[in-house]
Ligand binder design. Sequence first.
Ligand code: SF4
Length: 63
Amino acid sequence: MKTKVLWDLCEGNGVCASAAPEIFEIDDDDNLIVLDENPREELRASYEAAVKICPKRALVIED
Ligand code: SF4
């Protein structure tokens, strides 16, 4: 599974980091940081939750 962010849509609100803290983090300047570019299968549910909850639809699931 690959982490894919549509960067031009992301507004750095950090909602995804709440849903999937193993994969995403927000830095002190409200920039989204991808911690894990290739999340292991066990993190799929977290990633899917982040995709679903992102208010900007800036996350994509790619296998
Ligand atoms: S929830 Fe969406 S808009 Fe917010 S930081 Fe994450 S990817 Fe960006």
